[in-house]
Write a protein that binds this ligand. Structure first.
Ligand code: DC
Length: 230
């Protein structure tokens, strides 16, 4: 069966990663959460107190970073590995969320991450979620989805996710973080978040999770059939 690449971009916290993961599982594709990669870089920069305004410090730090994913059979989750350490829980914490937009706006960081992401998808069969997948990483992706949801819905989902991991954060704090990241991610100079002309928008505010997964699967099915014919 001919494989395609699926790019899922969109606002923070609208369910891109969980949708991408479910779609990848059903299609037997690889799932790559590129936000996790930017979060891992941010965690490293925080740990090493890298000065974000120093090109030299940023470049040197990037040379020290290796990011991988491992599949945890028990939790059935892809987990992020930074320099051989499992950082999956740490990178989801609020102190990382607060800095990740600033780190991911740095050109050198984007160049390094995009190169790795393109390598991961070069043989097709990848579902990748992020902000610039359809625009920069895989401009030729056979299927591009742009996901949105209302701020309130996104904040409630994020609050539940954090609470499940034992981090209690107020709805106001989460809304502030989501809105500030949306703003920074959409207005930055390097690869801003945007809906490209050939992306299909899915608003998940009133969709059940299974329905949003099914929508992407239906679209993928069309594109896979088209790819087979061409
Ligand atoms: O998907 P997420 O919310 O975990 O992503 C965290 C941050 O990483 C997000 O605020 C912007 C940045 N990011 C990016 O700039 N480009 C991507 N392809 C993915 C994420």
């Amino acid at each position: 069966m001919k494989k395609i690449n699926i790019a899922i971009d969109g606002l923070s916290g609208c369910g891109k990663s969980s949708t991408a993961k479910a779609v990848a599982k059903i299609l037997h594709y690889k799932f790559i959460d590129t936000g996790a990669m930017y979060r891992a870089v941010t965690l490293y920069f925080l740990q090493e107190q890298v000065n974000l305004t120093s090109d030299k410090e940023v470049t040197n730090a990037l040379d020290e970073i290796s990011i991988d994913f491992t599949f945890n059979k028990e939790s059935q989750k892809n987990e992020t590995i930074l320099n051989k350490q499992n950082v999956e829980n740490e990178i989801r914490k609020m102190y990382v969320s607060e800095k990740v937009s600033a780190v991911s706006a740095i050109k050198a960081v984007r160049v390094a991450m995009v190169a790795q992401q393109q390598e991961m998808g070069k043989d097709k069969g990848v579902v990748m979620d992020g902000r610039d997948i359809g625009s920069v990483v895989f401009p030729d992706a056979e299927l591009k989805v742009f996901m949105t949801a209302s701020t309130e819905v996104r904040a409630k989902r994020r609050q539940e996710e954090l609470a499940a991991k034992g981090e209690q954060v107020s709805l106001d704090e989460i809304i502030e973080n989501l809105e500030s990241r949306d703003h920074q991610d959409s207005t930055r100079k390097e690869s801003p978040l945007l809906k490209v002309a050939d992306a299909i928008e899915i608003d998940t505010s009133n969709l059940r999770f299974d329905d949003q997964v099914q929508k992407v699967l239906d679209l993928a099915d069309h594109r896979i059939t088209e790819a087979k014919i061409l």
